[in-house]
Design a protein around this ligand. Sequence first.
Ligand code: NAD
Length: 233
Amino acid sequence: MTLREMVSECNKIVFFGGAGVSTESGIPDFRSEDGLYRQKYDVSPETMLSSDYFYTHTEEFYRFYRDKMLPLEAQPNAAHKKLAEWEREGKLLAVVTQNIDGLHQKAGSKRVYELHGSVHRNTCLSCGKKFSAEYVARGKGIPRCDCGGVIKPDVVLYGEMLDDDTVNGAVKAIGRADMLIVAGTSLTVYPAAGLVDYFRGKYLVLINRDVTPLDGRCDLVLHEKVGEVFGKL
Ligand code: NAD
């Protein structure tokens, strides 16, 4: 059975994505050949994106974050756009994403569970005032609130907990889905990767350039580029 045939049969599709969904929009992932983890830094990206590092090396954190994690000019690709279209047509229950880039919403998706938060929400640690990603990107050094407090992105750093409501919403959507499309993720970051186990529906599909631990359990596996696959649907 082809992906197109599966999609036409289902109307409670859930899409579970990772960094590979945005590489065709020009945002590097972490673990591919040209991903951030293969580039040379004095301190590893895992360390720089940890909660400890944020609080102890705030200036260095922001140097890396502004340089690598704030691609505000990036545009949605064919995958983001098609998913938004399916939601409008009533075929898609939700997008569950590990990405923090906000590209699903930029493409028009409304029901998006952002497991790892978003660069588009930023909060003053002292007074709770909210700031845009543009505000954080614009400045130099540590971004600060009018009250003098340090601003922190609402992004789940290594060592931090996922938001309960977001996880519960994602679990519920995956549990109700008739089809789960897992795409652009190495499925190595937990607890996010474990959410696919809540799927009880008909078709489990994986679209990923590299092999993943889920390949053997899927009804269809496409080792292709996710944007190209969606572009042909
Ligand atoms: P990962 O880097 O571990 O794995 C990405 C996977 O996507 C790889 O297996 C790779 O083969 C595949 N891939 C890359 N480009 C692809 C394409 N065009 N088509 C199909 N497959 C493609 O990413 P992950 O599993 O999402 O885990 C990394 C963590 O880093 C996530 O938690 C995420 O929050 C974060 N992250 C987010 C962004 C973003 O927001 N765009 C970017 C980098 C990392």
